[in-house]
Design a protein around this ligand. Sequence first.
Ligand SMILES: [Zn+2]
Ligand SMILES: [Zn+2]
Ligand SMILES: [Zn+2]
Length: 758
Amino acid sequence: MRVRYAVEVKGIVQGVGFRPFVYGLAVHNQLGGWVLNHAAGVSLEIEGEAEDCEDFLIRLREDAPALAVVEEVQARRIAPQEAYSFAIRESGGGARDTLVSPDMGICEDCLAELRDPQNRRFRYAFTNCTNCGPRFTIIESLPYDRPRTTMRVFPLCADCAREYQDPLDRRFHAQPNACPVCGPQLRFLDAAGREQPGDALEAAKQAIRAGEIIAVKGIGGYHLVCDATAESAVTLLRNRKYRWDKPFAVMLPDLDTVRQYCLVEEAEAELLASQRRPIVLLRKRLDGSALAGEVAPRNPRIGVMLPYTPLHYLLCEQMPPLVMTSGNVSDEPIVYEDTCAVTALSGIADGFLTHNRAIFRRCDDSVAVYAAHAPRLLRRSRGYAPQPLTILDCGRNILACGGEQKNTFCLTRRDKAFLSQHIGDLDNQATLESYQREIGYFQEMFAVSPQVVACDMHPEYLSTQYARSCRDEARIEVQHHHAHLASVLAEHAVTGEAIGLIFDGTGYGPDGMLWGGEVLIGDCAGFRRAAHLRPLLLPGGSRAIREPWRIALAALADAGGMDLLASAPDGLLRPGWQILLQAAQQGINTPRSTSMGRLFDAVAALAGIGRTVNYEGQAAVELEQELSMPAHAAYAPYTFRIAQEDGMHVIDWRQLICAVVADMAAGRGAAVIARRFHQAVVALCLDICRCIRAESGLTQVALSGGCWQNIYLLEQTAAALQAEGFRVLLNQAVPANDGGLAYGQAAVAAAKIRKGMI
Ligand SMILES: [Zn+2]
Ligand SMILES: [Zn+2]
Ligand SMILES: [Zn+2]
């Protein structure tokens, strides 16, 4: 019996080879009909024998192309029309409801062509197809068609046009399709931006081999590249970039090479080689080949990525491991526009390997780690953004503005949350501009105008000020740590209450104090504070964050007064400490903070590491590094005391500080202190959760906040809680650090709207 179906498909179904796939499947099943792209997805009609149609509908979901994400297939029976041939129709208009694919690493087929001397794309640096290549970073507007991408300036040659029009070709409607005849070309510029004659790729590689620093244009911006085995080149890069200790990522040509430098588990290898190609933090091999120490000083891990563009593959051939770090100065955003590249990177780059395919929007590399049995994103950007996350549908569109550091924002449409790429630290003018611009683009791209704006409570965050300047929308201000908690709950679609162990650097509390070592009880709609760390004094405010010895000084005074200060570890106290302490005790320029991150700083400083630092969380990273040192004897964990104050548990660290000082005096050193301290935090988490479970019956625990990037802490705490029968919820697709804040804010706003609280 002949039947006909009208079918609507939604999801990531454009620019991913979906229509050729539909065409091939229809031809295979001897069906007539047509398929059409429109702004809301893909429409098609099929006609043929009933069982062939049914088989088609099953395979439409199950055999979809690699980059497609089929979210919804709606099929309804309609009257047959005697159709025996199948056609691909021109794109139509309609309401916009479609999704944009992230940029994807080169596929196996394209890589094989790149390496095949007989292929017309042999060694062509811009080879791509419907299964791979740039998307998000070249799309200017939707629907996704070549004239709306930065590829519009390259008219297709006859060969490329044939591929582009052939429904059975891998490049059918591949918008960035190109070849050496018609597509983008590489160029090599000297430090002053003058184009150099000759083979651009070879010139760049020669310069890198000679120890120079070359800016290389990638997918979402420029990288700064140098020889990762040459101490002098890496040091030069640090000096020029004003980046002293923060680790650099490296690019290695293949998994075998990665294994020479790092310990790689199977799951980590999978993450590295996935088409999203994040930077993966791997453990350094102590017995293998070594990179220059300056690549990731005093860090147990190193960020590694595999090549993800054809250009990267060509660049890595016959080359040492390469440092690949964002092309910027210090905390400025990554450079992505050709017009500014030479000026912005002048004094840093000795040359530029660039090309004439424009990048429409900046998008940094993503960073992931495999920890506690799952891949976890620490920075969700290239390869992931703007693929939506799910969120409870609350009937209104929300713009969540995010935090101040590691900013991302989040726009919702029904049950989809479009979390932006990594924007960066908003205290920088260029970053703030790209923040505002991207918010505009997202609204246009996803056809969403927000009705509710969510933001942090901190009055000085520029994201809060941005939210306050939006006058037409209802505004909701979300407490920082509640947003962290909600980010985990929303990721796991948990609607009930949970215990939130929210440990981070700093967030604004409703009482005006700086929070950050918080035990909350709540769901997405609300929370109460169940416990917090005893406040630490931060003498000198933000200077105390760069100079953790100041926090240690105040903690010593609090824990044991002048007696304890008299036995302070050697070299801790800097000249003028008495005056500083006096001012701190009088509250002059000395905020109080319950931050767990700051307690890590204080303990690290006492243990003789990270007494002054130059990136946030450095002291904690160096303390974690100590865990990989052999400790010659076993010591019990330090202990926190849990006191009761006004119905609240206060976590008292004073005894712990005294014990650290005693260990230093006994010459036990940083490795012992690091171990005892980490174990103490794990034990604390367990104690406090047991205590709350006894009081409230709650058995779900959510861990979030930047401190949970500490892998030892995360894995040990999760395991300890699970062993005690708790259900442990961790961030996975969304960073536990402030990069996940916007998603959490959106989840809080959605929950409050559903409860009629807004
Ligand atoms: Zn491909
Ligand atoms: Zn061509
Ligand atoms: Zn935070």
